[in-house]
Design a protein around this ligand. Structure first.
Ligand SMILES: Nc1ncnc2c1ncn2[C@@H]1O[C@H](COP(=O)(O)OP(=O)(O)O)[C@@H](O)[C@H]1O
Ligand SMILES: [Mg+2]
Length: 233
């Protein structure tokens, strides 16, 4: 279970997150929606341990404090982030990269999982180099599946994907859900959410959660956009 209490984050004089409260039980998937620049990626970066930000507040994962430990320890504790813009790692193959963060990777599981995510032909190629948007996202979800994290942060995993790729990424997420992993799925479009089993939706505007609810909020965003929430703030 992830518990975030009054989380604030700033860079220099600019306060980006202005007091986020959020609880996600193990196994749940919460969608974080909001307009560009509202702080969604910042929330992911701060949870993953990016040191660019000044932080305040409290975050625990399964009871353990998260904010006071560095990024690599958070990864060891089971926090996984898939990036909005996955970076290429020339010189490091996907197989080497995967083996670098998995202690005792079972070769059969690695091969079987790579087939399930249809990334088997990328295993001996450099991470995220010369891959299409959809291929990069499949590669990230493949890593997630092997890592079996406690918290998965999926930032705009639908960005730049055509409708078929969105459906395929959504079904890979669905197949991968289990009772151990909490998901934060960040998106500003509702499209991917229609293919997912979303437990809760949170609307972030200007660094704050302005509304939380069940998936009828997805329809509300679709029909009224984000301005309906901006006006209230
Ligand atoms: N490294 C940074 N330095 C200064 N401002 C930043 C930095 N990163 C993000 N911001 C600002 O914080 C706000 C939130 O950004 P971000 O979290 O990327 O929003 P979102 O993901 O919701 O589009 C934006 O106004 C952005 O310009
Ligand atoms: Mg973003």
């Amino acid at each position: 279970m992830l518990k975030i209490e009054n989380l604030k984050a700033s860079i220099g004089d600019v306060e980006i997150l202005k007091g986020i409260d959020l609880e996600i039980s193990s196994g749940e998937l919460h969608a974080v929606m909001g307009p560009n620049g509202s702080g969604k990626s910042t929330l992911c970066h701060v949870l993953m341990g990016n040191t660019d930000y000044e932080k305040e507040g409290k975050v625990t994962l399964n009871g353990d404090d998260v904010l006071s430990i560095p990024q690599f320890e958070r990864a060891e504790k089971g926090i996984f982030q898939s990036f909005q813009y996955p970076v290429g790692l020339p010189g490091v193959t996907l197989k080497e990269f995967t083996e670098s963060f998995l202690e005792n990777v079972d070769k059969d599981e690695l091969i079987e999982t790579s087939k399930r995510f249809n990334v088997q032909e990328f295993l001996d190629r450099d991470v995220n180099v010369d891959l299409s948007g959809g291929e990069k996202k499949r590669s990230e979800l493949f890593q997630l599946s092997l890592m079996k994290p406690s918290l998965a942060l999926l930032d705009e995993i639908d960005s730049g994907l055509d409708i078929d790729a969105i459906k395929s990424v959504a079904s890979l997420i669905n197949e991968n859900r289990d009772e151990k992993t909490s998901y934060i799925l960040v998106t500003h479009y509702s499209r991917i959410l229609k293919y997912l089993d979303v437990d809760k939706v949170h609307i972030v505007v200007n660094g704050k959660i302005v509304k939380s609810g069940s998936n009828e909020l997805i329809e509300e965003v679709d029909s009224g956009g984000y301005t309906q929430y901006q006006e209230e703030n």
